[in-house]
Design a binder for this molecule. Structure first.
Ligand SMILES: Cc1ncc(COP(=O)(O)O)c(C=O)c1O
Length: 393
């Protein structure tokens, strides 16, 4: 084995505190909660230092000591991570903010930040000798899984709502995945996947129903810290469906505190949803710990059409602990600010990214963001897979 020097310790449950061995093939805790990964940060810090990062290749595997894969041979990579942080040229100032940055995830393999999580999940599946993976998806996660599983030689089944943008279907099939279109939302896809797990023995890599996608997504937090020279921004705006990226970044900030890398305040985390599907925003406003199912969800931002998220309590915890906010934006603003981002900044975003910019406008107008705050707006994917959405808008 050629070691990654991973300092992984075990899996733990953030709800009931149960622990599981890292070699266990497992989805959820026995109490039904998502599981998270813990590390020995003293051991990690022997080779992982802030200085060491400057000499490592700029992809997400540079943080290997705080990632769960043990054997380098099991790393399934297409070059994910290492995405640019672009200072706003026009749009930020136009909205009254002087220091806005776009974290542009669209250049990842398969065109979205989902590459990070699925690279990690497929790598860990390889390490655990799992060979058949199933996923309910709004589109981007299915594309990413199909690509990484193709590279690893694994079998994949993707379940997606039949109204998902057609490029996702073509993309998954071209990568060799079996695709099942479901007349319903991602929640219905999840139910069908659970049935197929029971009947046909697939392993589910549904959002937060396995412990490793979040470990890939958390690298966005490490990367941001590096890009800000370990003086984190004031606000992070993140378009939220299942919430893995938001929870992952918050986890990463906690980990970097344990590594002794951060001293100042952590960013306010802002969860953005569409007015057509905003279960997290409603729960945030009502002060509840979990979110109720959103009936009749609709939005052109397919990744935000998640009527209920298994990690809802973790999203809400992170947003509240950070002193952040949850905000719903209109469908017309999602399209409008996607267009603005493309025409004023040269970044053609998935509509989820347009939602992030729309949230910046709203929060600034409400006085919740100040003109000199350093704000990071997440552009989670590329607009190229949503051409029909923009054509029809
Ligand atoms: C482009 C894009 N942005 C945001 C999201 C939501 O991500 P998360 O599930 O991490 O909240 C998705 C999910 O499909 C997506 O494809």
């Amino acid at each position: 084995m050629s070691t990654t020097h991973s300092a992984v310790k075990h899996l733990y449950c953030p709800k009931c505190q149960a622990q599981y061995d890292i070699t266990t093939v497992i989805n959820l805790c026995r109490c039904g909660s998502p599981l998270l990964v813990d590390y020995d940060f003293d051991a990690a810090s022997r080779s992982l230092t802030r200085e060491s990062l400057t000499t490592r290749r700029a992809d997400m595997w540079k943080y290997r000591e705080v990632l769960p894969v043990l054997d380098t041979d099991n790393v399934v990579t297409l070059g994910e991570g290492g995405t640019p942080l672009l200072a706003s040229r026009v749009l930020g100032r136009q909205l009254g903010c002087e220091r806005v940055y776009f974290k542009d995830e669209s250049g990842n393999p398969t065109g979205s930040f989902k590459a990070r999580g699925l690279s990690m999940a497929v790598s860990k599946a390889k390490e655990l000798s799992i060979k058949r993976l199933i996923i309910p998806t709004a589109g981007n996660a299915g594309s990413a899984l199909a690509a990484y599983a193709a590279r690893a030689g694994m079998e994949v089944c993707v379940l997606m709502p039949k109204d998902s943008p057609s490029p996702f279907l073509i993309d998954c099939r071209t990568h060799g995945a079996r695709v099942i279109l479901i007349d319903g939302t991602i929640k219905d896809c999840g139910e069908k996947a659970a049935q197929m797990v029971a009947d046909e023995g697939w392993f589910s890599v549904a959002t937060l129903k396995e412990p490793y996608r979040i470990e890939g997504k958390k690298t966005m937090g490490y990367e941001l810290a590096e890009q800000f020279d370990f003086d984190l921004p004031d606000v992070i705006i993140y378009p939220t469906g299942g919430g893995t990226g938001l929870i992952g970044m918050w986890k990463a900030f906690g980990e970097m505190e344990k590594l002794g890398w951060l001293s100042g305040k952590k960013p306010k985390m802002v969860s953005v949803q569409s007015e057509g599907c905003a279960p997290i925003v409603r729960a945030f406003e009502q002060g509840t710990a979990q979110a109720e199912l959103w009936a009749d969800p609709h939005t052109c931002a397919a990744g935000l059409k998640v009527p209920s998220a298994i990690g809802d309590f973790l999203i809400l915890d992170a947003v509240r602990q950070s002193g952040g906010a949850a905000v719903a934006v209109s469908e017309s603003d999602i399209i409008r600010y996607s267009n603005e981002l493309a025409s004023k900044e040269g970044i053609f975003p998935a509509p989820e990214g347009g939602a992030s910019v729309a949230a910046l406008k709203k929060l600034k107008a409400e006085g919740k963001i100040h003109s000199d705050d350093r704000v990071v707006v997440f552009i989670t994917g590329s607009g190229y897979k949503y051409l029909n959405v923009f054509e029809e808008a």
